[in-house]
Ligand binder design. Structure first.
Ligand SMILES: *[C@@H]1O[C@H](CO)[C@@H](O)[C@H](O)[C@H]1NC(C)=O
Ligand SMILES: *[C@@H]1O[C@H](CO)[C@@H](O)[C@H](O)[C@H]1NC(C)=O
Length: 329
């Protein structure tokens, strides 16, 4: 009586293991979408943390630097000698919010970064945005592309103001930068934005390998993607990126500034899917957040029960089939 029961549970465990192994392999490092970061595959460092589905890169405490990178590398730049050429094209969009306790102080900025390593323990916080230190800033051996949302004017890096978006290659001296604004399709003109307003904003970054154009587009979350990008830079990324690169975020702040990412979509096989605003975790709305967490727990429990029922059913059918075969023999 005991033996079949032990065998039964063993069989069950093996099937459960296979199920989860398949699930792990099904994850594709070339594309993902996170409407909130409840189940995100991220490597967090420094002040970066996830709570209530929000990715918080830096908090209100002084001198913070945080990193969050997708755990697995993506294939970018394959040398022509190896035959199989992978594409340098990529498309990503994310929703961020920069919250300041006091209107005009605190915080340096945050970046979307493509880097050969996700280890930035040698990088300095201020004013190097957690990406470089004073000895490697600007060096070609960095192989780093970053799109900066820079909220501090630093004359050493030729910053145009304290509210700009820039394209950085291997160092913080931007190769192209523009004051934060978006093109309104409806009004047919540019409208200014304040990065540190605390309001969630949407940033799209698209690189087309064939045209060698890097487009960066900014907008408030309540409008669709503008027809005209804020920055459009002709650049040959094959000169800078390596074969395997990590994608993620860095941020640094001095005092009283919190930087958040609410959702992130990344794609190397096509246009990145737009985030679903209604699914993004709310900022600073505690009541609503609790409700969401409750709902998520309920969903998780239901999912687990469904999976268990399915597996048990499958095992039962398989066993019956086997039994019938034996009986026929
Ligand atoms: C700067 O960063 C580089 C790369 O991570 C590291 O090799 C170097 O030791 C760092 N230099 C200083 C002075 O921290
Ligand atoms: C990536 O692009 C492909 C092809 O356009 C599309 O089918 C897929 O849904 C996209 N995935 C994400 C996460 O954006």
């Amino acid at each position: 009586m005991l033996m079949p029961m032990v065998l039964h549970s063993l069989q069950f465990l093996i099937i459960l293991c296979i199920y989860f192994i398949c699930l792990a392999f099904a994850q594709n490092e070339d594309q993902f979408i996170y409407n909130g970061f409840h189940q995100a595959n991220l490597h967090l460092e420094g002040s970066a943390q996830i709570y209530n589905g929000l990715l918080q890169l830096s908090s209100m405490s002084p001198n913070q630097v945080g990193h969050a990178f997708y755990t697995l590398p993506s294939k970018f730049n394959t040398s022509s000698s190896s035959g199989l050429k992978s594409s340098l094209s990529f498309s990503t969009n994310f929703v961020f919010a920069m919250v300041r306790q006091f209107p005009n102080i605190g915080g340096y900025g945050l970046t979307f970064t493509i880097s050969p390593s996700k280890d930035f323990s040698n990088a300095s916080a201020h004013p190097l945005l957690g990406l470089f230190n004073f000895s490697n800033d600007g060096l070609a051996t960095n192989h780093i592309l970053a799109i900066e949302l820079d909220t501090h004017k630093n004359d050493n890096f030729g910053d145009i103001d304290d509210n700009h978006v820039g394209i950085d290659v291997n160092g913080l001296q931007s190769v192209e930068a523009a004051t934060a604004m978006y093109f309104s399709n409806k009004e047919g003109r540019n409208i200014s934005l304040k990065l540190t307003s605390g309001d969630p904003m949407h940033l799209w970054i698209d690189y087309d390998e064939a045209e060698k154009i890097l487009n960066v587009t900014l907008a408030p979350t309540y409008i669709p993607k503008p027809n005209q990008p804020l920055l459009s830079k002709r650049i040959d990324l094959s000169q800078y990126l390596l074969e395997y690169m990590y994608v993620g975020f860095s941020a640094s702040s001095a005092i009283s500034a919190s930087y958040y990412i609410l959702g992130w979509s990344f794609n190397k096989s096509g246009q990145s899917q737009n985030l679903d605003d209604s699914k993004l975790p709310p900022l600073l709305q505690q009541g609503k957040t609790k409700e969401n967490t409750g709902l998520q727990t309920k969903n998780l429990v239901i999912t687990v029960i469904l999976v268990l029922v399915t597996i048990t059913g499958a095992v039962y059918i398989l066993r019956r089939k086997k039994y019938e075969e034996i009986r026929e023999d």
